[in-house]
Design a binder for this molecule. Structure first.
Ligand SMILES: Cc1cc2nc3c(=O)[nH]c(=O)nc-3n(C[C@H](O)[C@H](O)[C@H](O)COP(=O)(O)OP(=O)(O)OC[C@H]3O[C@@H](n4cnc5c(N)ncnc54)[C@H](O)[C@@H]3O)c2cc1C
Ligand SMILES: *[C@@H]1O[C@H](CO)[C@@H](O)[C@H](O)[C@H]1NC(C)=O
Ligand SMILES: *[C@@H]1O[C@H](CO)[C@@H](O)[C@H](O)[C@H]1NC(C)=O
Ligand SMILES: *[C@@H]1O[C@H](CO)[C@@H](O)[C@H](O)[C@H]1NC(C)=O
Ligand SMILES: *[C@@H]1O[C@H](CO)[C@@H](O)[C@H](O)[C@H]1NC(C)=O
Ligand SMILES: *[C@@H]1O[C@H](CO)[C@@H](O)[C@H](O)[C@H]1NC(C)=O
Ligand SMILES: *[C@@H]1O[C@H](CO)[C@@H](O)[C@H](O)[C@H]1NC(C)=O
Ligand SMILES: *[C@@H]1O[C@H](CO)[C@@H](O)[C@H](O)[C@H]1NC(C)=O
Ligand SMILES: *[C@@H]1O[C@H](CO)[C@@H](O)[C@H](O)[C@H]1NC(C)=O
Ligand SMILES: *[C@@H]1O[C@H](CO)[C@@H](O)[C@H](O)[C@H]1NC(C)=O
Ligand SMILES: *[C@@H]1O[C@H](CO)[C@@H](O)[C@H](O)[C@H]1NC(C)=O
Ligand SMILES: *[C@@H]1O[C@H](CO)[C@@H](O)[C@H](O)[C@H]1NC(C)=O
Length: 615
């Protein structure tokens, strides 16, 4: 009798588990289908009128006093604010223009979809002279996350810190405290690297940010052999002592789900009584006393109502590489000629927005007749719910390599190549399309179930861009001037890299693919596969990577382009710091989320110490 009752209970549990799992699968599949449908008719945002609402009639409401006000819960802002909230006597206000991250953002495979949604600010570059020729009006999309976790909630999750020499260069430019040895403890502190080959001199274990390999791990043998044939070694961990070589890809995932500033930091801490996280809050102005040159708080709009919040200790701006310079300029901190153009009274004349720089991507496609068995999307979701499988990665990326096309003895790469094998899941997640018809035709002729590609990242471009204002109205987007390929040598390095991609698909290891270079028919005025042909292709379809920096650059006082000092303090203004990627004065041989998180960790540690508290 008892046994029977127990047995029926077990059966009941097993059944109900199965049912609830099926419900979960349905839930995800339905949500994904709805998001795909919405993406088809999605129009990118054109301005911030949705965030501002109708504020004409409202008076300003006092939001209260806090010790630290943090503007933007991106990668840096989230790590920073959560760490600061560890100190019970600090009251922290975190203001974020976007809303909560959601169930779909948990799925790494869906990443390209978020660019086609309001999780993205919706920026496009200004018309480029020498680049983005394949895009309508020569304007490339420039996605930035508008959501809890910021760009780290919509990004592709690859975890590459960059080269030791990059950080040493950062310090050597007159910024003590930012050399590799200075920043390493913060990388270690934030990481929870899941590998059975951890080099504890370089990697962290037990931090809030999970860094993991996809399960099951893609078969890396072919990549490893192909690279070996062209003289490039396999390395275990590109985030340890050596970077040049080919490796497996590390991603920010936890049991297959996205890890971001939101999941790793804010969601774990925002119930602390001293931590106020206010979403949907669009900050339009930093309040600064012009006679004392001291920041005292911010003004923001939430659901059509204007608020003022006051900072007893400091105002911290973490609004990212585009919005941080915009907000500074709207508040009277920027180049005086630029501000006076828009009749903004100047509080501090500083080169805000200058020197924007970042990586550039160029994808080289090869068609093959190789077919791979496909799994259904539903089965993909089932696997995802077990923390594994195709949807826990970003497309079928298999390997990543770092090399220097100019110098095969150096330890610092100038390019990164990611190899994507055929997709093995039914259907395909769209990416933002705003191409001219010839390029759109080319893009739609690709079949990623058959074709393979190398995504080439130019790690240290020489070209520079800038962020300028369109007007003094916070509703207007700023201008994102990329200046892409203004230095023609940047095109040359991508051209050199494309030759390496070709060589890799001519090796014995990849012979089975019988791969042929996809024809960029929109460049058919040039001789096929000639250098002018490649230059044409690169100018048309290379695009700004998602890794940008230096728009509010760190530097010593005598650096004419510096806005903040090595403690992230804005020159000439008290109680105001910049804690995000816009302060980074260099390009990195990697992806930029790891260093964004590191900056948040390091800034919190530094500021706690300045205020006499240790952790
Ligand atoms: C599509 C895409 C793919 C990427 N892929 C990778 C990758 O694979 N690996 C990797 O390492 N990096 C990747 N990156 C880059 C990485 O995500 C960013 O470099 C990093 O997140 C930047 O951090 P941040 O704190 O400087 O800014 P962000 O994370 O962009 O945070 C800024 C935050 O401020 C908020 N904000 C802005 N203005 C205001 C305002 N006025 N008021 C209130 N809030 C405001 C924004 O909504 C946002 O949440 C990618 C980025 C994108 C966009
Ligand atoms: C702002 O964007 C909205 C919605 O996209 C649009 O209707 C409106 O015309 C835009 N306003 C301006 C001034 O461009
Ligand atoms: C603003 O206030 C005026 C006068 O009170 C009123 O006529 C108008 O409708 C209000 N506008 C909005 C958008 O509420
Ligand atoms: C990986 O691929 C290689 C080369 O095709 C093959 O020999 C090997 O069996 C594969 N390994 C696994 C685990 O599938
Ligand atoms: C490729 O295979 C051919 C024929 O088997 C062999 O002669 C050649 O040495 C191989 N090349 C490399 C680089 O392994
Ligand atoms: C944040 O502060 C505001 C204004 O003081 C208050 O209304 C709100 O309830 C607070 N939110 C949290 C989560 O503490
Ligand atoms: C600026 O600070 C000075 C000195 O504390 C004070 O007298 C003045 O009222 C402040 N101005 C404003 C606009 O708050
Ligand atoms: C700030 O004060 C300076 C003089 O010290 C003046 O030139 C400038 O216009 C003032 N700016 C604002 C915003 O009032
Ligand atoms: C694929 O097969 C078709 C038909 O057999 C052939 O025309 C084409 O050249 C092949 N392509 C590749 C890349 O092998
Ligand atoms: C290294 O560079 C030298 C000089 O550019 C070149 O001759 C040599 O072939 C290169 N070696 C490899 C393995 O690429
Ligand atoms: C910003 O960049 C654009 C395009 O590269 C350039 O024409 C312009 O002169 C730059 N402006 C500033 C202020 O640097
Ligand atoms: C390989 O590709 C070439 C050129 O596209 C084609 O002619 C040939 O049939 C293909 N071979 C196989 C085995 O698919």
């Amino acid at each position: 009798m008892k046994i029977l009752a127990l047995l029926s209970l077990v059966i009941y549990l097993v059944r109900s588990q199965k049912t609830s799992n099926d419900l979960k699968v349905d839930y995800y599949v339905n949500n994904i289908e709805a998001a795909l449908k919405a993406a088809q008719t999605y129009q990118p945002r054109k301005n911030n009128s949705d965030l501002l609402g109708n504020t004409q009639n409202s008076t300003t409401i006092d939001y209260g006093e806090f010790d630290f006000i943090v503007v933007g819960s991106g990668s840096s802002g989230s790590a920073f604010a959560a760490r600061m909230s560890e100190i019970a006597k600090f009251n922290i206000l975190l203001l974020e223009a976007g809303e909560f991250d959601d169930d779909l953002t948990k799925l790494p495979y869906l990443s390209t979809l978020f660019e086609i949604s309001d999780r993205n600010w919706g920026y496009f570059s200004t018309p480029q002279q020498n680049a983005c020729l394949g895009w309508k009006n020569r304007q490339c999309s420039f996605p930035q996350g508008k959501i809890l976790g910021g760009s780290g909630t919509i990004d592709f999750l690859t975890y590459i810190r960059g080269n030791k020499a990059d950080y040493d260069k950062w310090a050597s430019l007159g910024n003590p405290g930012w050399s590799f040895n200075d920043v390493l403890p913060f990388f270690k502190k934030l990481e929870n690297y899941q590998s059975d080959h951890i080099n504890m001199n370089y990697r962290g274990f037990g931090g809030p940010v999970d860094v993991a390999y996809k399960i099951p791990m893609p078969n890396f043998t072919i990549s490893s052999n192909a690279y070996s044939e062209i003289g490039i070694a396999t390395i275990e961990d590109y985030n340890a002592q050596k970077q040049i070589g080919v490796s497996r890809i590390q991603r920010l995932t936890h049991f297959g789900e996205r890890v971001s500033g939101s999941t790793a930091y804010v969601r774990r801490t925002f119930t602390r009584y001293n931590f106020n996280v206010t979403l949907g809050a669009f900050v339009t102005k930093i309040l600064i006393n012009n006679s004392t040159k001291t920041a005292s708080g911010v003004e923001f709009v939430k659901r059509g109502i204007t608020y003022r919040a006051t900072a007893r200790k400091e105002v911290i701006i973490s609004a990212g590489v585009v919005n941080t310079p915009q907000l500074l300029m709207l508040s009277g901190i920027g180049p005086s000629n630029e501000l006076s153009k828009h009749k903004i009274p100047v509080i501090a004349d500083l080169p805000v927005g200058r020197g924007l720089r970042g990586n550039v991507y160029f994808d080289v496609y090869f068609s093959t007749n190789n077919t791979v068995p496909l799994i259904s999307f539903e089965d993909g979701v089932r696997e995802f719910l077990k923390g594994r499988g195709y949807l826990t990665g970003f497309q079928n990326s298999v390997s990543i390599s770092f090399m220097n096309t100019r110098n095969n003895c150096t330890t610092v790469p100038n390019v990164e190549l990611t190899y994507y094998a055929q997709e093995t899941i039914e259907g395909q997640i769209p990416a933002l399309i705003n191409f001219i018809p010839e390029v759109e035709k080319f893009a739609s002729s690709l079949n990623l179930h058959k074709d393979v590609f190398f995504e080439i990242s130019l790690l240290h471009p020489k070209s520079r861009g800038n962020i300028t204002l369109k007007s003094s109205n916070p509703s207007d987007f700023p201008n994102v001037n990329l200046g892409m390929f203004e230095e023609v040598d940047d095109i040359e390095v991508l051209y050199e890299s494309a030759q390496i991609a070709k060589a890799l698909l001519k090796t014995n290891a990849t012979k089975y693919l019988n791969a042929t270079l996809v024809n960029y028919d929109f460049c058919s005025d040039n001789e096929y596969d000639s250098k002018p042909y490649w230059y044409c292709a690169i100018k048309h379809v290379a695009y700004p990577s998602y890794h940008w920096s230096s728009s509010v650059k760190m530097g010593p006082k005598d650096d004419p382009n510096a806005v903040v000092d090595n403690k992230l303090r804005v020159y000439g203004i008290k109680k105001l710091r910049i804690v995000d990627r816009s302060a980074v004065p260099i390009t990195l041989s990697g992806t930029y989320n790891p260093s964004a998180l590191m900056i948040g960790e390091k800034a919190a540690d530094m500021i706690k110490k300045e205020y006499g508290v240790s952790t």
